[in-house]
Design a protein around this ligand. Structure first.
Ligand SMILES: *[C@@H]1O[C@H](CO)[C@@H](O)[C@H](O)[C@H]1NC(C)=O
Ligand SMILES: *[C@@H]1O[C@H](CO)[C@@H](O)[C@H](O)[C@H]1NC(C)=O
Length: 396
């Protein structure tokens, strides 16, 4: 077949071109969007001058506008829940997100955080630069100790065949040293390796280049090509959001304090066996799902589930960064209230049963900078303490 455009179609191409340049556009989320998409916003909730939530018509969300989602019927709720999953013990937060105090999104809409353009612009363009190391990586057990690339980990890892994972994660606001830094506490649900590592991730992060501030925010991520391309929250098509209550990229109402009140939230990732969709839940609330069709390896089960902390900072080139992991304290300094924790850690097996992880491996990239210690007492289900301050006498 010829690749040349039939001259008879030129008037049509010209008409489309004129339509595209003449259609009124507006800047929302720092992107140019057409008024058509703008009409998708049913209501706007103003938290403060830097934080605005738009309630989008659920059927007009970005994912559904993507060609690969043609004829996609939204699955409004999971058809099946994992057995034995701890839904009763949902952490200490009643109101999970700050914007709830200022309004609610109507039924049939989803809350989307608007980016006000407070980004560090230079950094934002870096982020898309392929030659830079990716901000996100899976803990790499092959990374030899002592060789720094700016990423550090303190995680546990479980191998097998899984339909998901869940954990209650302590909420902290770790110090991040540079505007390019990152401190994450999260769950990874992974299959594949080399060039087609598939990963679905959920947890909290402090990531100034993305949010323009140093707050602790709820985030999700997916990749199918070992992070060459990855997508956070609703920044590109993929995740289909169903919840009108939970907004991705938003902060929490309360944080833990050292030696004081501890706050935590339960994060879950699991595959609905009937639809194949990978659901994300926070505090027992289904937020939405990644359709199975997005994935290659994760179209089936996950083979690797990891829990813990990661930091990334460029400061490592001069000396180790002071960017904190967890709450910046080592597990050796103390337990609950002193060191950051994960507890009620569960994996969901092939039979859709939630259970404590078995044959757990630990991976810590540099124990002198950030560490991890399993809570052998199992006081709150399977759990561990993790984190650290980064730069110190033993971590130069
Ligand atoms: C969507 O549905 C219509 C009507 O059932 C069908 O003709 C079309 O091929 C479908 N499109 C895709 C991309 O599946
Ligand atoms: C969450 O964000 C709001 C608005 O930006 C801010 O006023 C509040 O202090 C933040 N909450 C926490 C716990 O950081």
């Amino acid at each position: 077949m010829s690749n040349f455009i039939n001259p008879a179609s030129w008037p049509l191409i010209l008409a489309v071109f004129i339509f595209v340049i003449l259609t009124p556009k507006e800047i929302v989320d720092g992107r140019t969007i057409s008024n058509v998409l703008n009409k998708a916003i049913i209501k706007t909730i103003k938290v403060d001058k830097d934080e605005i939530i738009d309630c989008y018509d659920i059927y007009k969300q970005l994912s559904l506008n993507h060609p690969s989602f043609h004829n996609h019927t939204i699955q409004m709720r999971p058809s099946i829940y994992p057995k034995n999953i701890k839904l009763d013990n949902m952490g200490t937060l009643q109101l999970t997100q700050t914007w709830h105090k200022y309004g609610t999104c109507p039924h049939g809409t989803i809350p989307i955080r608007r980016n006000i353009g407070k980004y560090y612009h230079s950094t934002l363009s870096h982020k898309h630069h392929r030659s830079k190391p990716s901000y996100y990586k899976k803990p790499n057990t092959l990374q030899p100790n002592g060789i720094r690339d700016g990423h550090e980990y303190a995680v546990i890892k479980v191998r097998g065949n899984f339909l998901g994972a869940q954990a209650k994660i302590n909420l902290w606001n770790p110090f991040v040293e540079t505007p390019e830094g990152l401190s994450v506490s999260q769950i990874w649900v992974v299959a594949g390796d080399h060039d087609d590592l598939n990963s679905i991730e959920a947890g909290w992060e402090v990531h100034p280049p993305r949010y323009g501030d140093y707050q602790t925010r709820f985030f999700i991520l997916w990749t199918t090509d070992t992070y060459k391309n990855y997508c956070i929250n609703l920044e590109c098509p993929g995740f289909v959001q169903t919840s009108s209550d939970v907004s991705l990229g938003c902060n929490f109402t309360e944080m833990s304090t050292f030696n004081g009140n501890q706050k935590d939230a339960t994060f879950s990732i699991y595959k609905d066996q009937n639809s194949g969709n990978w659901w994300i839940q926070i505090q027992g609330i289904p937020v939405g799902y990644y359709p199975s069709s997005l994935f290659t390896q994760l179209a089936k089960t996950a083979v690797d589930v990891e829990f813990g902390g990661e930091i990334y900072d460029e400061k490592y080139k001069e000396r180790h960064t002071t960017t904190q992991m967890g709450n910046g304290h080592f597990p050796s300094e103390g337990v609950f209230g002193i060191s950051s924790f994960f507890n009620h850690v569960q994996v969901i097996d092939e039979n859709n049963k939630a259970k404590d992880p078995e044959d757990v491996e630990t991976y810590v990239s540099n124990r002198n900078c950030y560490d991890l210690k399993v809570d052998e007492k199992h006081t709150n289900g399977y759990g561990f303490y993790y984190g650290g301050p980064g730069y110190n006498n033993n971590c130069p």
